[in-house]
Design a binder for this molecule. Structure first.
Ligand code: CAA
Length: 379
């Protein structure tokens, strides 16, 4: 791979790779069957991984956006669910890092580094793709605070989060410019958390509905400027879509490794099936596509680290990686034949996990609209 990591990033990659083999991969099946794994969360915290991307002054590991992507990528090689948990956690906590006041950063970021869980609440039941059309509202209260009403759906980490970053309309007439962001603690009066969704895949990452019934918030719950929430959310998603590229690359590699072992061992017509051209061609395509995913992912992470706008590149990374990951997992299942259809060989779970990468954090259709529109507007 041409992309060069620093010595420190290489060290972190080795550390997370070991951690994943020992602590993450063995828990992936359990999470699929039982849901969110508090034990793994404890281990991620103890290993310093929950806050590895935060500055040291907040108790974090001092990592940068490339380091964060290394962590997500390596964790995804053992569990896509666990990587998604970290991605959603950082997506939410980073909104405080980028837009919070000094007081908010001092209050919340050390907690993030110590393992408190954050969730990002944008999507609503009436539709997730048209993000500016959310209906939840926040109005000023007489005491200088805020009152929130409405609800959210499909919020990753909900039900296990300590804090929610909620996007709501503060000026319903102003479209995207009437949306603001608020920090909501899990025990806020008026916050109701629904049951965990019974999902097809990514079952180790918690997902619930949220309802806000005259939820009272203090004045300092507002995050950043009034009316800027939509832009903050879109910028946050630009970063999160790079993480989806990393999850796709890691999950694809995990599936391909299992398929490779199988293809080298499984004998058919007198030789391992990996000796047949039909199988070899599948590995050729998969290996090339995984390398492309990695290159797009790290190149876009580098853009983010350098402070360059990466809306287009992140959308391309997510579209390509998410789509190819689903196909790679299906190909690996096909290579394993009947065994690929059995839970024992894990790949059927990967197929179920992969599909989310084409839906969450911007569907393939929304990404194509965004990319197509941008490309056609270029001179
Ligand atoms: N960076 C900075 N600014 C941005 C931006 C970005 N990436 N994207 C849009 N903006 C700005 C625009 O420049 C514009 O500002 P001005 O008016 O000042 O020019 C403003 O925001 C409005 O932009 P658009 O006109 O493009 O807004 P739109 O309503 O047409 O939105 C959309 C278009 C891109 C489709 C958007 O609705 C979108 O991204 N939808 C998908 C949402 C999504 O990904 N949801 C998944 C949430 S993830 C989740 O919820 C899971 C989880 O738990 C982690």
């Amino acid at each position: 791979m041409m992309f060069q990591f620093t010595e420190e990033q290489k060290m972190i990659r080795e550390m997370v790779r070991e951690f994943t083999k020992k602590e993450v991969e063995p828990r992936d099946k359990w999470m699929d069957e039982n849901g969110f794994d508090y034990e793994l969360h404890k281990k991620l915290t103890q290993a310093g991984l929950m806050g590895i991307h935060l500055e040291e002054k907040y108790g974090g590991g001092g990592g940068d956006p490339v380091t964060s992507i290394i962590v997500i990528h390596e964790i995804a090689k053992g569990s896509a669910s666990a990587a998604l948990f970290l991605d959603a956690n950082w997506l939410a906590a980073d909104l405080i890092l980028y837009h919070g006041t000094e007081a908010q950063k001092d209050k919340y970021l050390p907690q993030a580094a110590q393992g408190k869980i954050f969730a990002f609440g944008l999507t609503e039941a009436s539709g997730g793709s048209d993000a500016a059309a959310i209906k939840s509202t926040v109005v000023p209260a007489a005491d200088g605070g805020w009152v929130m009403n409405g609800g959210k759906a499909w919020i990753t980490n909900s039900g296990v989060a300590d804090y929610y970053i909620i996007l709501a309309k503060t000026d319903p007439e102003a479209g995207a410019k009437g949306i603001s962001a608020f920090i909501v603690p899990k025990d806020a009066e008026g916050l109701a958390i629904g049951k965990f969704e019974d999902k097809m895949g990514m079952r180790g990452s918690a997902t619930c509905e949220l309802a806000f019934n005259n939820l009272r918030l203090p004045a300092d719950a507002l995050l950043g400027q009034l009316g800027m929430g939509f832009k903050y959310a879109m910028q946050a998603l630009d970063g999160a879509r790079i993480s989806i590229g990393a999850i796709a690359a890691g999950l694809s590699e995990h599936a391909m490794n299992i398929a490779r072992s199988y293809a080298n061992e499984r004998v058919c017509f007198g030789k391992p099936i990996g000796k047949f051209q039909g199988i070899q061609f599948k590995f050729a395509d998969m290996a090339a596509e995984i390398r492309a995913m990695e290159l797009m992912t790290y190149d876009t992470a580098k853009m983010k680290a350098e402070g360059l706008r990466h809306t287009l590149e992140a959308a391309e990374t997510k579209l390509f990686s998410g789509t190819r990951c689903t196909q790679i997992c299906l190909e690996c299942q096909q290579i394993l034949g009947g065994n690929g259809y059995s839970k024992e060989f894990h790949v059927e779970r990967f197929v179920r996990d992969a599909k989310l990468l084409e839906i969450g954090e911007g569907t393939n259709e929304i990404l194509r609209m965004l990319i197509g529109g941008t490309v056609l507007a270029q001179k």
